[in-house]
Design a protein around this ligand. Sequence first.
Ligand SMILES: Cc1ncc(COP(=O)(O)O)c(C=O)c1O
Length: 403
Amino acid sequence: MTEEFHKVRRLPPYVFEEVNKKKAAARARGVDIIDLGMGNPDLPTPSFVVDKLCEAIRDPRTHRYSASKGIAGLRRAQAAYYARRFNVKLNPDTQIVATLGSKEGFANMAQAITAPGDVVLCPNPTYPIHAFGFLMTGGTIRSIPARPDEDFLRAIDRAVRHSIPKPIAIILNYPSNPTAYEATLDFYAEVVKFAKEHEIIILSDLAYAEIFFDGAPPPSVLEVPGAMDVTVEFTSMSKTFSMPGWRVGFAVGNERLIAALARVKSYLDYGAFTPIQVAATAALNAGDAAIEEVRSVYRHRRNVLVESFGRAGFHVPPPSSTMFAWAQIPEAYRHMGSVEFSKMLIEKADVAVAPGVGFGEYGDDFVRIALVENEHRIRQAARNLRRFLATEQDQGQKAAAGA
Ligand SMILES: Cc1ncc(COP(=O)(O)O)c(C=O)c1O
């Protein structure tokens, strides 16, 4: 009984764990690590949402099992959000399921639709559940580029011609974690046309729908006429309303797919605690003011990060959405790979970032920097980096002079 279980063998130890251990060890020594590693929002949930939870929890009727697919009011609020924000009409009874965070929804959708050996087209690098949700259910992943451009379209076309069996689904995630790439409606239209032609399901992860700074608001795939025939889209309250610990998200779209997810969930859970769903309903119905505040905090942090890291000698391309920057490892250190580089930053600059390889092998030249510390701490991280890079340069020059 010492062999790893079949399913567990398909889940390699979390790459981030190595970096986390280094972080924990440094903290245990009393070092103040500035943690830009995990995408765990640090902002408080808006107080009116907390108040609503407290009010609902005092009613003992809310203490019973809730509804697995979400209470009706919450599903109606999500329908109203899609109508307002994307001009997409959804039937709250048949086209919406509330999930225990979008991650749970995504993983259980994978469970609902995958037979052993089914092929799924998944961007690389990407948020880990996009691949592992399917690997856990016995599916097979074929990597496609993360950037939404001609290469992506060529890759899915090649994949359909050469994969046996034919792929069952394409994963989309724009704005993307970790790359912050964004897709246009024209790009989505191309993917929808392709998916319909080849009878492939589209699973779109729109977790960062509301975290955008410069350009137009990110579109939904469901805005493409006819997309509903093949698409399910996942959204999340975690980033939009700074509610990561509450575990509320949604799957919306094609009725057959939503019914499949609802069926699986009906065997697994009784829905989130009702007061949480009541409070989430209030958040969704409150409109844009709370969201605008969250956006503004991340926008300022983004500006400080790009400017201060740039001055320190670490070029960070400005993301125009998400709460992440995706930065190439400076040339001199690229050979180390992202895990060793991230460990070095913890040790020598007291700064934690996420190694790009944790999101897929094609991410190994990069690190992901999360905007989860305040502006003051981000500036401090930049000062630490500058000191570290200057010391390294100094040592390099001395070694060269001595050689
Ligand atoms: C792209 C993406 N999808 C899903 C999630 C998970 O969101 P939730 O908290 O709703 O499960 C995250 C969280 O970081 C994410 O970045």
